[in-house]
Design a protein around this ligand. Sequence first.
Ligand code: SF4
Length: 223
Amino acid sequence: MPGLRADGTRPTATERGRARAILNRLKKRYPTIRTALDYRNPWELLVATVLSAQTTDENVNRVAPVLFEKYPGPAELAEANPEDVERIIFSTGFYRQKTKSIIALAAAVEEMYDGVVPDTIEELVKLPGVGRKTASVLLAEAWNKPAIAVDTHVKRVAGRLELTHNTDPDKIEQDLKALFPTEEWAGISMRFIQFGRDVCTARNPKCGSCELRLYCPWPDKQA
Ligand code: SF4
């Protein structure tokens, strides 16, 4: 039995079938997909995700190994001198705020979870600076647990395809969870994000060559 959407309605079999057809096409385009952030464990993915705000994943991948070489885990980072951390992550931008965030995160993981990143959304969102989006990325990526992270790309693509009529990320998450079977959740965000970067871009989407064109009711579709 599919779950309820944010407005309390349950998707019909036709709506779920359409959603499945859309996802199948995205799976064909991206048979396997994972984050472009490099990481060796959930802690590294958590920190890399924080560092990736307002910068490219490549930039984070250049900086993260230096950071983790010097501070391998939360215990070491929690005790770090902020100025040393700022120097290492400088090129990712907003380095002062990011330094504060990751040191606070390290201290909280140490204090609240004995140095082990938790694997439930309820525990993850209790960490400072970790919202549902970051928690969902972590659950889906690091543990392949059913979770859908809603970022700007997911929001745009799902909206244009009318998989949701909401703009609030938490409601979009609920709408998508109602449409797709649980076993597909972990693979949805990354495919929508990549599709949003490659084809269904914010400006000048490539509608003419889009494989989802037939399913797309967006009135501003390009020729
Ligand atoms: S047809 Fe255009 S707007 Fe619709 S999903 Fe494809 S790229 Fe996006």
